[in-house]
Design a protein around this ligand. Sequence first.
Ligand SMILES: [Zn+2]
Length: 135
Amino acid sequence: MTDASARGHNAPCSNRDFDFFYRGLEDERLLVQRCARCNQLRSLPSPGCESCGSLDWEPLPLAGEGEVYSYVTHYHPPLPGFAAPHPMALVTMDEGVRLLGAMDGTDPADVAIGRRVRVEFVRRENVAAFRFRNL
Ligand SMILES: [Zn+2]
C-alpha cells in the first residue's frame, strides 16, 4: 500500500488491520477476518476478537451475497467516483457478518430493507473497490 494522499480520494488508508481487505479487493475477493480461536467473523477489521480476545485470525473470502439490513441515501457532499444521490447499504452477508457498502448505480427507490444483494467489484479512480447490486 502507498500513501493515500498520493492515490486520490478513494484510496484506502493503509494499516496492518485493513491491508488484507484491500489486497482482497485487488483480487476481486471480499475478505473478512475469522478468529483462529473461536471462528467469530468480524468486520470492520480489528486487531483482536471481540468474543474471545484472541489476536490470531485468518482471512475468509465471502461468497458475496446478502440481505440489506439498513440503508441511507448519500446526497452531499459530492464524492469523486460516485454519482449523487447514491444509496449506502449495511448488508448482512450470508455468512452472518455485516458490511457497509455503496450501492451507486442503483436507483435509491430500488433499495429496500430485506432485499437480496450481491457484491460487484469496481475500480474507483483506479483503486479496487466493491459495491452492492440488487439480485
Ligand atoms: Zn475469537
